[in-house]
Design a protein around this ligand. Structure first.
Ligand code: PEP
Length: 251
């Protein structure tokens, strides 16, 4: 997969179906067909099928916030990657810090989720990021490096080529505190160099790395101008059509 420009909106556990459809309708009219290809909408599971129909005829992509580590079977409440693909998803988040934190998701599980997603033909947006404590004690590169390597080492090159990385410092998610462009660029450059050193030039040069963490209509342009930032994973600001559209046009 070649390096691309992407703005993905993670709606988390927000909106009713009616509100979700209204947002999609607004985005389809606000975002020109020439840039729709760069957009991924990541709504709650129950809306995926309907929104997929609403989006037919547009180039906006659909993603899911999580998937099961299992292909199918007696796993009540879980949603398989294959089911997501069958309702029109092409992307899935794996390892979002809210899943790692609230649901104690760890590397072994994240590897299985990643493999299941890739087997079903989904593109994985793999999220990594350090806590405030880790940033303050200066261990952010060590922490992020370990999060990445523990999953990348368990995959082969074909699988690695299907990954998109999202750097999301936990201290910046939903807090209104954004990493400065310098902090974000520095970590993105570190991630690309880490991939280059361990897996070679082609995977590093083609890797798409998104920034996430209180990215909004005001700060997106400066962040996206950084050479190793290929777009954003947007939470709160993806819930409002005007703000999200401004972010898409900041890319
Ligand atoms: C996120 O949850 O992925 C995120 C980036 O959230 P926010 O933009 O609200 O910080």
């Amino acid at each position: 997969m070649l390096r691309r420009k992407i703005v993905a909106g993670n709606w988390k556990m927000n909106k009713t179906l009616t509100e979700a459809r209204e947002l999609v309708k607004s985005l389809q009219s606000l975002i020109g067909s020439d840039v729709q290809e760069r957009v991924v909408l990541i709504p709650p599971f129950p809306f995926l099928g309907v929104l997929s129909s609403d989006l037919s005829g547009s180039s906006i992509h659909l993603g899911a916030q999580d998937c099961s580590a299992h292909a199918q079977g007696a796993y009540t409440g879980e949603v398989s990657a294959g089911a997501l693909k069958s309702v029109g998803c092409s992307y899935v988040l794996v390892g979002h810090s809210e899943r790692r934190g609230y649901h104690h998701e760890q590397e072994t599980l994240l590897i299985e989720k990643t493999k299941q997603a890739l087997l079903s033909g989904l593109t994985v947006i793999l999220c990594v990021g350090e806590s405030l404590e880790e940033r303050l004690n200066g261990s952010q590169e060590q922490v992020v490096g370990k999060q990445i390597m523990s999953i990348w080492n368990a995959l082969n090159d074909t699988e690695r080529a299907q990954l998109i990385m999202a750097y999301e410092p936990v201290w910046a998610i939903g807090t209104g505190e954004t990493a400065s462009p310098e902090q974000a660029q520095s970590m993105h450059a570190f991630i690309r160099a880490l991939i280059k050193d361990n897996y070679g030039d082609a995977l590093a040069d083609n890797l798409t790395i998104l920034y996430g963490g209180s990215c909004n209509a005001q700060n997106a342009k400066e962040l996206f101008a950084c050479p190793d930032i290929d777009g954003g994973l947007i939470g709160g600001a993806s819930l409002k059509a005007d703000d999200f559209t401004k972010i898409v046009y900041s890319l």
